[in-house]
Design a protein around this ligand. Structure first.
Ligand code: CO
Length: 198
């Protein structure tokens, strides 16, 4: 069996460089994590949460799936939100989509993609909810807007989870934000859909 020795080497170099800068970095972090942010993003390899907001390990709790979808029956995502809010006590939940999202694009194609088509139905729902606006758009412009609308919809879905509703009901300070990352220039656009209470 081949080992991924090149990655292990890179890991060792990275860990050494971090320790060189701060000898206590790992020993401090190993005792607890206290991130202020929960990141819900796309699995796309070009959108790594910590890196694009320039935060070190320990600062962001992360959930990623194809096309950053928050589904009310997805126990994986709901458990992450639950743990982030009730145990880690994050102050912000960020839903971050990205332009050029393959999942969003695939949801608008008529061909068969296999199993993933079931997941992409959630994006098709978003397109249906916004049919009026989207029908005037074509090609890239339409897909870019659908990426934005998808984030806005998922922000609403986060806000309607039992966990977030309970947090707000009990006076817990928590804000939910919607962002879109541009893979062409590395810049994040704030969709200004932030919600801080119901
Ligand atoms: Co994507």
């Amino acid at each position: 069996m081949t080992t991924l020795q090149h990655l292990l080497n890179r890991n060792l170099e990275w860990a050494t460089s971090v320790t060189d800068k701060d000898p206590h970095f790992f020993s401090t972090l190993s005792k607890q994590q206290a991130p202020e942010y929960l990141w819900i993003g796309c699995s796309d390899s070009r959108v790594p949460a910590n890196q694009i907001v320039s935060l070190p390990p320990g600062e962001v709790f992360v959930h990623r799936n194809i096309a950053n979808v928050v589904v009310h029956t997805d126990l994986n995502c709901l458990s992450v939100i639950h743990y982030a809010v009730e145990v880690l006590k994050v102050k912000h939940i960020i839903v971050c989509g990205h332009y050029g999202c393959g999942g969003v694009a695939a949801s608008q194609e008529s061909c068969d993609h296999g199993l993933i088509d079931n997941w992409l139905r959630h994006i098709q729902d978003v397109a249906r909810f916004n049919e009026g606006e989207l029908k005037g758009l074509q090609g890239k412009e339409k897909l870019d807007r659908l990426c934005e609308l998808n984030v806005m919809e998922q922000v609403k879905n986060v806000c309607h989870t039992t966990v977030v509703k309970k947090a707000w009901r009990t006076g817990y300070e928590l804000a939910v934000h919607g962002w879109v990352y541009d893979i062409h220039n590395g810049i994040i656009k704030d969709l200004e859909t932030s919600v801080s209470g119901l």
